[in-house]
Design a protein around this ligand. Sequence first.
Ligand code: ADP
Length: 271
Amino acid sequence: ETGADELATLARSFNGMADSLQQRIRELADLSLVQQRFVSDVSHELRTPLTTIRLADDVIYDQRHSFAPATTRTAELLHTQVERFELLLDDLLEISRYDAGSVQLELEPTNLATLAQDCIDGMEALAAERGTDIRLVAPGGHNQVEMDPRRIRRIVRNLIGNAIEHGEGGPIVVTVDSNADAVALTVRDYGLGMSEADAEHVFDRFWRADPSRRRTIGGTGLGLAISTEDASLHGGEIDVWSRPAAGSNFRLTLPRTPGGAVMSYPLDRVP
Ligand code: ADP
């Protein structure tokens, strides 16, 4: 039975292939564990010297007006960069906590519309600086859901902050709506927007669109990556619709019961 022999040989080599594939996957998983450990260790190592630099910077910054003008500018530059470094390090530490699986949600029943209004109130001054007006549209409904309000507030602030940053001074509309399965919050801006190709990368770690169009240095490129981690810890998700010059539409969806179904209409339209 040559056929049976060939089949047996084929099966054996298949087995061998599956084994080496499995081995390779294990190696890759180990590698990413090493990588995760590395990011976490480096972030923790940098914490202590940065705290010292921060204290020194505070002293220099407080006295900046007693220096010659050029030195004042240097002190201000130093201060901005130290702040930026701290933000980056905080974000890196947060990312490494997700990778280690050590983030615990503190759930409490929270009304998403009320939370959104709080965020808007806190960001109105920043929006006004850019000539932007933020409006909340929350047509009643049952908008209360179990969530970690601290984390969800951070997501909403991040989405609104991005809308202000890239919104070109146009209005920002925050909508909260709900159905039987989920509660959703959408942040709509009418600014720069981005290409479909860029929109695919917007949740990637460290990804930022063409830096030449950015006016401020702020931001780490980790904001949306962190927001996505938080959303998925809730069993929810964030999706995006965006077009160049038409603006962007980011939607956060949270299931009524963590791990439950989320609303699944495609975000391929501008509400
Ligand atoms: P950061 O804001 O720190 O750069 P994010 O993860 O929040 O990091 O955003 C990543 C990138 O996605 C931004 O740098 C920007 O290029 C793009 N982006 C995010 N929100 C918007 C938006 N509302 N409109 C246009 N581009 C956006």
